[in-house]
Ligand binder design. Structure first.
Ligand SMILES: [Zn+2]
Length: 410
């Protein structure tokens, strides 16, 4: 079963903008992934390196194919543009690089019922204006760009006011909100790229948060990272393979604050700026602990979450996840972290295959399926089950909640 669905996903991916971008790791070429039955070798097995282990599930269960979402979708979390110039994890220049073009994106959007993509990393200044011009204004209602902090100004003594003014200017230029990358808390330093780390609740950002509240634009906030990234990269780490491939993603060093410290600082920001609407991305950056996310949603009425790149977590606790969606149905946004040509991170690879997995998770009660279009689950070796949401909740999660926050119509 798993083999068939992978082949189907390959076929749809091949039709999309990503025909040149099918991950090399899939092996075997498009349409013909290798299978165990075809492989020769010692039939009694033997020692096997972990990275070569690709167990094929023998479980026979139903497979729903949801190629189109039941309601038009606003994907609140995508990356169509990136900073062209970052130093030690801090974006410093206005210039953008584009990971995709509207011509490449729109056919996938049409097939999957994706009404709009929110390009979180729209940058600032000239780069933002260019992104708004090429995306938002050229295709009204299909793309929305957010701005980002001007960390290049951080060293200036009047940074708080300069940054607040930059938000007002970005809003005038068409930005629909502010995006915070994990730069804040994990990369930005006193001398911008050197010195001690700057805390998430540093008062120098207070005017920036307030400006967003006054303009009634949301702040999409990624702080911290999966808990496993703060643990040593060893045999006990459930994300070992991923961290082994990307050791630079690890924050398991005394140099960094803990996940708990970062989230506590973030919570102080939520508390201090009650008129500003915050979207705590990636299920509040703590999908491993829905009880904690729920407690924070209860404490902070100005907090919302998206589900981007966390199907691996939500789908391995489907009953708790379903209760979470029932309870916070007005504050959960659809998001994927989709990145055109993001072949390095299959869980973010923009294309039909990625969206179909999200739709299957939200709309069906299918069990034990892959959470990413990849032969080996990239964010931990497990599979997920769907949560079968009713229409009323699907509608809110697919577009209503995001439309309300962004002040747009669907
Ligand atoms: Zn992202």
């Amino acid at each position: 079963m798993g083999r068939i669905s992978r082949r189907a996903m390959l076929a749809t991916t091949g039709l999309g903008v990503l025909s040149a971008g099918v991950p090399a790791a899939w092996g075997g070429g498009v349409g013909e992934p290798r299978t165990g039955e075809q492989e020769s070798g010692d039939p009694r097995g033997g020692a096997l390196p972990l990275e070569e282990y690709q167990p094929e599930s023998m479980l026979q269960v139903k497979e729903a194919h949801v190629s189109r979402a039941r309601y038009p979708v606003i994907d609140f979390h995508t990356h169509i543009t990136f900073s062209a110039h970052a130093v030690n994890g801090v974006a410093l220049g206005a210039e953008r690089v584009y990971s995709g073009t509207p011509q490449g994106l729109l056919p996938v959007m049409a097939r999957t019922n994706l009404r709009a993509m929110v390009n979180l990393t729209g940058g600032f200044g000239e780069g933002l204006r260019d992104s708004v011009h090429r995306l938002d204004r050229s295709y009204p209602g299909r793309f929305y760009s957010l701005t980002e902090p001007s960390y290049n100004l951080f060293g200036q003594s009047n940074y708080p006011q300069l940054q607040a003014d930059a938000i007002v200017e970005a809003h005038r230029d068409g930005a629909r909100g502010l995006k915070i990358l994990k730069t804040l808390g994990l990369y930005l330093r006193e001398q911008t790229t050197t010195g001690p780390l700057v805390k998430v609740d540093d008062p120098r950002f207070d005017l920036m948060w307030e400006a967003c509240g006054s303009l009634n634009i949301p702040v999409a906030m990624h702080v911290s990272d999966p808990v496993a990234f703060f643990r040593p990269i060893n045999r006990f780490n459930e994300r070992y393979e991923e961290l082994h491939r990307h050791p630079d993603w690890s924050f398991a060093s005394p140099e960094y604050p803990s996940n708990a410290e970062i989230l506590a600082a973030r919570n102080r920001v939520f508390a201090r700026h009650p008129k500003t609407q915050f979207v705590a991305l990636h299920v509040g950056n703590f999908a491993e602990n829905l009880e904690n996310v729920s407690a924070n949603l209860d404490r902070f009425p100005n907090m919302h979450v998206d589900i981007a790149a966390r199907l691996n977590e939500l789908g391995r606790q489907p009953r708790a996840a379903r209760r979470f969606f029932d309870r916070y149905q007005d504050r959960i946004l659809f998001g994927t972290d989709a990145t055109p040509h993001g072949v390095e991170y299959p869980q973010q690879l923009f294309g039909d295959a990625l969206y179909q997995i999200y739709f299957r998770f939200l709309e069906t009660d299918d069990e034990y399926f892959d959470y990413a279009p990849a032969p080996i689950p990239p964010q931990g070796r497990w599979r997920i089950s769907g949560i079968d949401l009713p229409d009323s909740i699907l509608h809110k999660v697919y577009n209503q909640n995001a439309a309300r926050l962004l002040n747009v119509t669907v």
